[in-house]
Design a protein around this ligand. Structure first.
Ligand SMILES: O=C(O)CCC(=O)C(=O)O
Length: 329
């Protein structure tokens, strides 16, 4: 209940690191794994403390296998890759080079319609609600077995994502959208990231056909190879005790500046068909286009997954991630 209230709240308390420390204390059971991980990665701080990229000046070298320079050669030697149908192999290769791929028509119309109806039902019953952005519903799977079992923890998706990251994945959070986010270009890593870097991956599922005027998702193929932007790379406004009020805007300005420096990165718009699933890399730059037809919907379900056995945290708000589930569960 408290958490629901805080999700809608946009005031001063949201900028205080102490509030997050208190929240960490209330949720300490979801942070205990960090004791072992902090020790392994040489982090000398309490598991309740704020944490951010400044704590990882020297990145651990154990980055995901598909982010390494020899990823393509390694792939051609993996039995699990060799056993895939050629069309799927091409998608995995595209993940290495472009940072994403699309599983066309992965879900049937009956499945997307069922989730669509579930979102409406839970909203109407007051068991789900939008957060302060007015666009995002967090963690529908906590109220919906359908969202949980058929989408968030779909066995085939979990297996595929674990293959891509080279470690078992932990389903972390979901976002449901009825309208497009209209969010400026960003990479998920500023919001959710890991040490070693790169152990986050996302799926974006279209629950209806997407039209150009309904705020289509866009992305920049190959942008996952850009250096990770951290709060040290822009004027975050963070202090020892607070998170900068305009951190997100400053971050998005920085991404725009980086994209201007890389004209070779071409923006692509995804006119998804209902049931399509886009899988994207932790550092792929993406966002939501403008909604130019008033009231247009663009229903989608987004899931974020961390890998097991890495430190998971929120760079922008300098918080450790609360991990509620074990790998593959
Ligand atoms: O669906 C969208 O418009 C964007 C979603 C997004 O950026 C995200 O979930 O990170």
């Amino acid at each position: 209940m408290l958490q629901r209230l805080f999700q809608k709240y946009t005031g001063f308390l949201r900028s205080l690191k102490a509030v997050y420390v208190l929240n960490n204390l209330l949720n300490i059971r979801f942070l205990r794994r960090n004791r072992r991980l902090y020790q392994r990665y040489g982090i000398k701080k309490s598991i309740l403390s704020p944490v951010g990229s400044a704590d990882f000046q020297q990145h651990h070298t154990d980055i995901p296998w598909l982010d390494r320079p020899d990823a393509c050669e390694q792939l051609e030697r993996r039995p699990a890759f060799l056993a895939m149908p050629p069309a799927m192999q091409a998608k995995v290769r595209q993940f290495v080079t472009d940072g994403y791929f699309i599983l066309e028509g992965f879900y049937s119309q009956a499945q997307t319609d069922a989730l669509h109806a579930e979102v409406d039902r839970l909203l109407e019953a007051g068991r789900a609600g939008f957060n302060y952005t007015g666009r995002k519903i967090f963690n529908l799977q906590e109220q919906s077995r359908l969202a949980d079992e058929q989408f968030f923890r779909h066995p085939h998706i979990l297996k595929m994502l674990s293959f891509l990251l080279g470690k078992p994945v932990i389903p972390f959070q979901s976002l449901s959208f009825i309208q497009g986010s209209e969010q400026r270009a960003h990479s998920d890593s500023i919001h959710m990231t890991t040490e070693p870097p790169g152990y986050l991956i996302a799926t974006w599922t279209a629950l209806e056909d997407c039209l150009p005027d309904s705020g289509a998702l866009f992305y920049y193929p190959g942008s996952h190879r850009l250096p990770y932007i951290t709060s040290a790379d822009y004027a975050s406004g963070n202090t020892r005790f607070t998170i900068g009020e305009n951190s997100n805007r400053q971050y998005e300005d920085k991404v725009e500046a980086v994209l201007r420096e890389h004209p070779e990165l071409e923006k692509k718009v995804f006119l998804a068909q209902r049931g399509d699933v886009l899988v994207w890399h932790a550092n792929l730059v993406h966002g939501g286009g403008p909604i130019t037809r008033p009231g247009a919907t663009r229903r989608s379900f987004v899931c974020h997954y961390f890998a097991e056995e890495v430190i998971c945290y929120h760079e922008m708000s300098q918080r450790p991630a609360l991990i509620k589930k074990a790998a593959g569960t």
